[in-house]
Design a protein around this ligand. Structure first.
Ligand SMILES: *Cc1c(COP(=O)(O)O)cnc(C)c1O
Length: 441
């Protein structure tokens, strides 16, 4: 599996140069490995099918790769979507994802967001008790096909990245179950609302160990059992276990796997999988990260204070987290020559910089790589989630094109444009170009 991914990537880099997708005038592009995405979707589906006969909706967290063709590809592979804003819902609808395969989460849904969701019949997980109050009013006013749930925070603790840990004692998400009296309040909220049939939890993303994720799910399952016991019926019929499988950014190995996590869930909360509950999952990063690669040309090379530096066209606009929090989000850098052939041989410790005008715009510091030369290509793998699809408009740098690729039988690479590059005209429009006189009036 892993060697295949790097083989496909090498061919795609070469073909990007050959076919002119990457060029002196278009010095940065992003690639998506369609075959790899399909393989991850299949691995997710089969991992859960191996541990349960229950119906499982795998709802891709749109946040991780908000690109309409990606959503349609995943839906074609049998997945649904998890959306957390009107914008993400609009993307899901543009991709043709049916309401039955759409779940709305968000800590700040407006009354209009809730009304639209219920009118469409998409599933909604309320974040808090005030939101349940809004749902009460809507439920009283019109019938809906929406399946409704409540997000809880099992407060099992943090992973290694604070900003991505959602199950801490003071997380902003969900109803904090271990707070004084909260559990009883939640149970009562369910008993008072026969239409509230789901529990939702999402224990965190990158940096949260599998055991902690499973513990959060197990706590949520235990609460479902308690509510159903007190209701005297199977009121909660669906448990949404969120996403958060971490991704390995160190190599092409895909670890941990969905299969490991599914087996751990089977050990930690066997009753969850015995068929009484339908399941929803919301994986994002783990479905896409390994299948995206940024390619950037090296524009110049120099030395500064004795340290060689390659100035490339990929920096903070594409790898925002890495540039601002390099210790939490290190990325690999792969070196290719100007024709897109892998560079091998002796390495030199060097910095790989981006194009933005601030000193910290570095993709990698002190990295041992073949000494980069102007015109070389650097590839930044593992950027399919939360990187190039999450453009940061510093220095008015444009969003680069994104191309999907597949390999033919003969090894020929076929590209298909997922998103074209942003034009200068579009940049001007987004910067108030149509209102140039606004501040003179
Ligand atoms: C971000 C998020 C996800 C996806 O997390 P990943 O780490 O990308 O798998 C799923 N559910 C909710 C509620 C989220 O906020």
């Amino acid at each position: 599996m892993a060697p295949m991914a790097s083989y496909r990537r090498d061919l795609a880099v070469r073909a990007s140069v050959d076919q002119g997708l990457l060029s002196p005038t278009e010095p940065v592009v992003a690639l998506l490995d369609t075959t790899g995405i399909r393989a991850s979707a299949a691995a997710l589906t089969s991992a859960f099918a191996a541990v349960t006969d229950a119906t499982v909706l795998h709802a891709f967290a749109v946040k991780a790769a908000p690109l309409v063709p990606v959503l349609r590809l995943l839906h074609d592979a049998g997945l649904g979507v998890e959306v957390a804003s009107p914008g993400e819902l609009a993307l899901a609808r543009a991709a043709g994802i049916p309401p039955t395969h759409t779940v709305l989460d968000s800590p700040a849904k407006t009354p209009a967001d809730l009304r639209q969701a219920l009118a469409l019949g998409i599933a909604v997980n309320a974040d808090n008790l005030q939101e349940l109050g809004r749902l009460d009013a809507l439920m009283a006013s019109a019938p809906t096909a929406s399946r409704l749930g409540l997000r809880v925070n099992p407060q099992v603790g943090a992973g290694s990245i604070g900003a991505l840990s959602t199950a801490t004692a003071t997380s902003k998400f969900g109803v904090a179950l271990r707070d004084d009296g909260a559990r009883d309040t939640v149970v009562r909220a369910f008993l008072d609302r026969p239409w509230l049939t789901r529990l939702h939890t999402h224990t965190g993303s990158q940096g949260v160990p599998l055991a902690l994720m499973a513990e959060g799910v197990a706590e949520t399952y235990a609460l479902a059992e308690e509510i159903n016991r007190k209701a005297g019926r199977q009121q909660i019929d669906t448990i949404d276990i969120g996403g958060g499988l971490p991704v390995n950014f160190d190599s092409d190995e895909e670890t941990p796997t969905y299969a490991e996590y599914a087996r751990l869930l089977a050990d930690t909360a066997p009753g969850l999988l015995d068929g009484r509950y339908r399941l929803v999952t919301e994986f994002g990063r783990s479905l896409l990260a390994k299948h995206g690669t940024v390619l950037a040309r090296v524009e110049y090379t120099k030395t500064s204070g004795g340290r060689p530096i390659a100035v490339t066209h990929a920096g903070v606009q594409l790898a925002t987290r890495t540039v601002y929090a390099p210790d939490s989000w290190p990325l690999r850098i792969l070196a290719y020559d100007a024709e897109g052939r892998p560079r091998a041989g002796e390495t030199t410790v060097q910095d790989v910089a981006g194009p933005a005008c601030f000193a910290g715009d570095l993709l990698a510091t002190g990295r041992a790589l073949p000494l980069l030369r102007p015109g070389d290509v650097v590839a930044v793998p593992d950027t399919g989630a939360y990187y190039f699809a999450h453009h940061y408009a510093y220095n008015t740098l444009p969003r680069p094109a994104v191309h999907g690729f597949t390999l033919g039988e003969d090894g020929a690479v076929a590209f298909s444009t997922v998103r074209r590059a942003q034009t200068l005209d579009e940049l001007v429009q987004e910067a108030g170009g149509a209102e140039a006189d606004a501040l003179l009036r």
